[in-house]
Structures are given as structure tokens and as C-alpha cells.
Design a protein around this ligand. Structure first.
Ligand code: UDP
Length: 479
């Protein structure tokens, strides 16, 4: 093998969490659109979720397929069928899940030996794929699923002892902008090196030892941080996003992740009945769950705001379905839509009636909001979400904070973090003030840049071309 006419074969191995799986499926498709053969390794439940999508891609002529491998949930003490982070029963079982994931190494190696791909694109949470790739001389590209900004911040918080600085608020040193954060917003594993912290250290190390890093972002969104990551931190990186923009029809936009708790046409008709920029979309990603008390506060706050809304609700397991205030559904009939468990998010965000997004600041959600030109209300919870909030509110200026300041170490939020009064106030501030309109105008401008980036000759399109050329070269010289 090894000429420019050789069809490159990319092997994708996403982590089993919707926020990691969804963008990687988009990436596999984008690679195939650019002429590569894409093979996706995943476990039975995720394979079921994506099969119809992959069949559609195949029918449109793309060279893309799935290889399904069993997931040893029960062997590691997890409930049968627990194949995704959002179905782990409790925090205590997090490492049962990671241990089960690590067990996939043998099967991964067997597949690698069988199909001899030209490159591996694997998730950050599968650092052992790097060892296997090195052993076989195959370039491994790491996918974190986050922004350049948060990759830069994560590096700062690892290198500098922010906990030793005085006071609660600190300035992140060595970044292109003066970014202020509070210590309470930092992940707990930074302060005390627990098992999760050790795993994150290993992941950060593979950032350097991998072939490079694939970033779901676009240059014009965070140019200073794209440059900083490459030129100051010295990482080899390619930006190819927003990858969600590869979904450009109703079915593709609606069928991402799980089956939605609402018919997409009903949802579109509902939105069609609303004025431009008049509806706020409220969603907290694929894994976080609030307690009934917090959900009740949100319900009261949204009702009192008098703004139209779509609210996606996932609650703590085992709690009674009684979080909605008495008579709520009748009172908000026509003005509010409550979607249980899973919404067709990209379809909703792209609708002209959506004028704001209350988000937990997961990177996919942010980028989908940016791609739709929608301003945000930031309500970060865990992972790198406080870093993303800082990017939105301190660098890009396309959002307002709800005011949460404490990082949580798990996806379940058992108490009231934000009161109904605050929900009402901040929703009205974004949807019905001049300040909100200024933020909206900036968000709209970014929408144009996002769409340009993925078009032919746009910055993301070109960076992917650069990567493909490098991979051709690597294949030519036999890696
Ligand atoms: N998502 C969706 N419907 C939902 C919840 C989430 O389609 O009801 C999608 C969302 O569009 C995004 C992903 O799931 O692509 C969530 O990723 P994100 O990084 O925003 O947050 P995470 O779930 O990883 O916390």
C-alpha cells in the first residue's frame, strides 16, 4: 500500500457516552465523505442506536461500517445492559465501568491485527488504545470532544498549583486572555489525586505520545487558543468542526444519540407556531440528572418568566414523577413543551424560533448552540463545563451565567443549585433585554463563521485536508 490512490482506512473507537459517541459518529461520516473507509468499533446497545443512521450513509454511497464487540457489564458488577455512562447506577460504580471498558483492549487489538487500518481515532478515555497502536505502528489520533480553550486550561491547572494561590478567585496564568475562575469550580481530582486523577494524568500524557489530537472546533471561534495549544503547548492538532453541521436534513438532525421522547414533526410544528427568537431551549446534556426539588424550581422559574420554552427533563432514578407543580401543564399549555429524557437537540436549536439556550456547557451543546447562532445561559455542573463557561462568558461573550460556582463530582444533582427567582430573572434578561439582544447578535455572527469553516476551503475543511494528506504520506512510508 501507500500511494495517493490508496484508500485510507480509519478505525474509530468512541467512548460509550453520548457526548463522546455522537460527535465521533459525525467524524467517521465526515472522513467517509472525504473518500476514506471508516470502521466504527462499538458495543451492542450503541450499535443498535446507530445502525439505521449508518445504513443511510451506506445507501448514499459512503464506505462506512460498524464492528460490534460485547461489553462485559455483568463481569464487572454492572447491571445487564449497562453500556453507557448515563446508565451507571451510582458514582461508586464508575470504575466498574472503566474497568469493563479497559477489558475491551484484547478485542480491539484483535480487530486491529485483522483489518490493518491506516489510522485510529479513539477517545481520550481509551488511553490504552495508544499502547496498542504504538505496538502495531499505527498512528493513533486522540479525540477529547472538547474545545482548544479547555484543553489549554486543563494544561494550566495541571502544571500550576492553583490551590496554593491565595484567596478563592484566581487568574489562570500563561493564557492569551485574563481568565478568572474560582477554586470551587475546579474538578475535585485536581486537589486530591484519586484514581480518576491518575487516569486523567495518563490521558494527558497520551496527548503528547499520540500521533495528534482531533478537535471538534473551528479556528475562527477560538483562534488564540488554537494557536496556543499548538505553538505554546506544542501539540499536533487538527480542528475539523463543528462536526454536527454534517447533519443537514431532518432525519439526521433528529436521530442523534437515543430515540427522542417526542415526534420530530410534532416538535417542528410546535416551533413553527412561535415567533422568531421567542423560545428558550433548556437542556443539561445526556448524563446529568436533577433531583425533584431542583426540577420543581426550574418549572416555577420558567412559568414565572412568561417566555415560551422547550425543557428536556431527566430526573434522578427512583424519584417519583411528581416534580411538576400542581396544574403546571395546563397553565403552560401552548407556551411550554416538556420533553422527557431525550430531545432532537440539533433540530430544535436550528429552528428560527429558538432565541436562547440554558445549557450545562457540555462542549457538543455549546458548539451546536454556536452553529445555530443561539445565545446561552450557562449552568455548568461537572467535567470541564466550568472551563467552557469561562470561554462563553469571558472570551466569546455570547452567554450569561446562571451563577452556579461549585463543581460536582457526579452527574446527579441532589439539591437546589439555582432558585426559581434566579431562573426567571436570567431567562428574562437573555430573552427580553437589550443586553440579551447584544449577546444574540454576537452569537449570530459566530453562526456564519461556523458554517463557513466546514464549507470547501473553510478553515475546518482545509485542516482535515491537511490531516488526510499527512496520513497518505504516513501510509506511503509505511507509517
Ligand atoms: N443530546 C440530544 N438530546 C438530548 C440531550 C443531549 O440530542 O436530549 C445530544 C446533544 O445534542 C449533544 C450530546 O447529546 O450532541 C451531549 O453532549 P454534551 O457535550 O453537550 O454534554 P454531555 O452529555 O457529554 O454532558
Amino acid at each position: 500500500m501507500g500511494s495517493e490512490t490508496h484508500q485510507l482506512h480509519a478505525l474509530f473507537f468512541p467512548f460509550m457516552a453520548h457526548g463522546h459517541m455522537i460527535p465521533m459518529i459525525d467524524i467517521a461520516r465526515i472522513f467517509s465523505v472525504r473518500g476514506l473507509k471508516s470502521t466504527i468499533i462499538t458495543t451492542p446497545q450503541h450499535a443498535t442506536n446507530i445502525t439505521s443512521k449508518i445504513c443511510r450513509y451506506q445507501n448514499s454511497g459512503l464506505d462506512i461500517k460498524i464492528i460490534t464487540i460485547p461489553f462485559p457489564s455483568e463481569e464487572f458488577g454492572l447491571p445487564k445492559g449497562c453500556e453507557s455512562v448515563d446508565s451507571i447506577p451510582s458514582r461508586d460504580m464508575l470504575f466498574n465501568f472503566f474497568d469493563a471498558v479497559a477489558k475491551l483492549q484484547l478485542e480491539f487489538e484483535r480487530i486491529l491485527e485483522e483489518i490493518h487500518p491506516d489510522c485510529i481515532v479513539s477517545d481520550m478515555f481509551l488511553p490504552w488504545t495508544n499502547d496498542v497502536a504504538c505496538k502495531h505502528g499505527t498512528p493513533r489520533i486522540i479525540f477529547h470532544g472538547t474545545s482548544f480553550f479547555s484543553l489549554c486550561v486543563a494544561n494550566v491547572t495541571r502544571e500550576y498549583s492553583v490551590y496554593e494561590s491565595e484567596g478563592e478567585t484566581f487568574l489562570l496564568p500563561g493564557l492569551p486572555d485574563e481568565i478568572k475562575m474560582k477554586k470551587s469550580m475546579l474538578p475535585s481530582h485536581l486537589g486530591s489525586k484519586d484514581r480518576f486523577g491518575e487516569m486523567m494524568d495518563r490521558i494527558r500524557d497520551t496527548e503528547v505520545t499520540s500521533y495528534g489530537v482531533l478537535v471538534n472546533s473551528f479556528y475562527e471561534l477560538e483562534p488564540a487558543y488554537a494557536d496556543h495549544y499548538r505553538n505554546v503547548l506544542g501539540r499536533r492538532a487538527w480542528h475539523i468542526g463543528p462536526v454536527s453541521l454534517s447533519n443537514n436534513n431532518i432525519i439526521d438532525k433528529a436521530q442523534r444519540g437515543k430515540k427522542a421522547g417526542i415526534d420530530e414533526h410534532y416538535c417542528l410544528n410546535w416551533l413553527n407556531s412561535k415567533e422568531k427568537d421567542s423560545v428558550i431551549y433548556v437542556s443539561f446534556g445526556s448524563v446529568s440528572r436533577f433531583s425533584c426539588v431542583q426540577l420543581t424550581e426550574i418549572a416555577h422559574g420558567l412559568e414565572a418568566s412568561a417566555v415560551s420554552f422547550i425543557w428536556v427533563v431527566r430526573q434522578l432514578k427512583d424519584e417519583e414523577d411528581n416534580f411538576l407543580p400542581e396544574g403546571f401543564e395546563e397553565r403552560i399549555h401552548g407556551r411550554g413543551l416538556v420533553i422527557k429524557d431525550w430531545a432532537p437537540q440539533v433540530l430544535i436549536l436550528d429552528h428560527p424560533a429558538i432565541g436562547g439556550f440554558v445549557t450545562h456547557c457540555g462542549w457538543n451543546s455549546i458548539l451546536e448552540g454556536v452553529s445555530a447562532g443561539v445565545p446561552m445561559i450557562t449552568w455548568p455542573l461537572f467535567a470541564e463545563q466550568f472551563y467552557n463557561e469561562a470561554l462563553i462568558t469571558q472570551v466569546m461573550n455570547i452567554g450569561m451565567k446562571v451563577g452556579v460556582e461549585r463543581w460536582s463530582d457526579w452527574t446527579e444533582q441532589g439539591h437546589v443549585l439555582v432558585t426559581k427567582e434566579t431562573v426567571k430573572k436570567v431567562v428574562n434578561q437573555l430573552m427580553a433585554t437589550e443586553e440579551g439582544e447584544e449577546i444574540r447578535n454576537r452569537a449570530r455572527m459566530l453562526k456564519g463563521l461556523a458554517r463557513k469553516a466546514v464549507k470547501e476551503d473553510g478553515s475546518s475543511f482545509t485542516d482535515l485536508t491537511r490531516l488526510i494528506e499527512e496520513l497518505h504520506h504516513a501510509a506511503t512510508i509505511g507509517h
